[in-house]
Design a protein. Sequence first.
Length: 306
Amino acid sequence: MILANVNLGVAIVAVQADRGIPYPAAGRGDLNDFFEHFFSCLLLNTPHLRVWCVAIARRERAKSSDVPFTEQSPARKFNQRLWVPSRHSILWLMLVRIMGTPMLDHLKANNRSWAERMVAADADFFRRLERQQTPEYLWIGCSDSRVPANEIVGLDPGELFVHRNVANLAPPQDANYLSVLQFAVDVLKVKHIMVVGHYGCGGVSAAVDGKRRGLVDHWLHPIREVYREHRDALDAIPDWSARLDRLCELNVIRQVRNVASDVLVHEAWTRGQDLRVHGWIYSLANGLVMDLDVTVSWPEEIERLR
């Protein structure tokens, strides 16, 4: 919808140019008035902007003889300049129609169908979700759209607490990840934390392919550290794809170590909370997860991950 609104703004300027009144020629003040009013409406909300456009489209150009144009308010001058003669009425109807065009209706329809299926299978499903959230698991996974957490392990909404980012990292300086970790451990009292990577991870590949991509390069820096730490073993793998898959596994192991080393997890263990940190890898080729056998349930077990 925002894109449609911006397109509308461009179309308005185009109409002005067609009338022989390009805004730059109309004076800097009028141009500023236009953009100030337009973007104010845009930022308030879309329905407001739609009503504003319809109102302007229906208003006939004022030909007031009682108040000279130069003495009229900026808003009135703006409305007079913006009025589109009848020969442009079809264009205005198209613009108004664009403003009212439904967006992503197929996703909304999918949502309604999904909700109906859930209720048909379990009439109390959503009422139960409203009452509480008691997941036993925290999933720290990749943002990749091909790796849907709940579906992979067959859990319903409310049964899996999920944190996802590019390349399933658990950096100790990231406030977003730490907030999720604290809430999961201290409030939800989860029993299992699964760090889940996947083969063919684009983030892992981007970390070591030598190409520059901007901000994400900083985010992926920990993966380059893992690569340097295991460089000899990785370079001994001749196939590039197989080498990346092994790096995906090593990245998961490093993130398991990060999670298990965090003070929030250690405090939970100190107070006797039942909590384990697992490392899994998911295969896009067959839909199966593989346990990397790096589960940590006590601080002393962290050392074997080095």
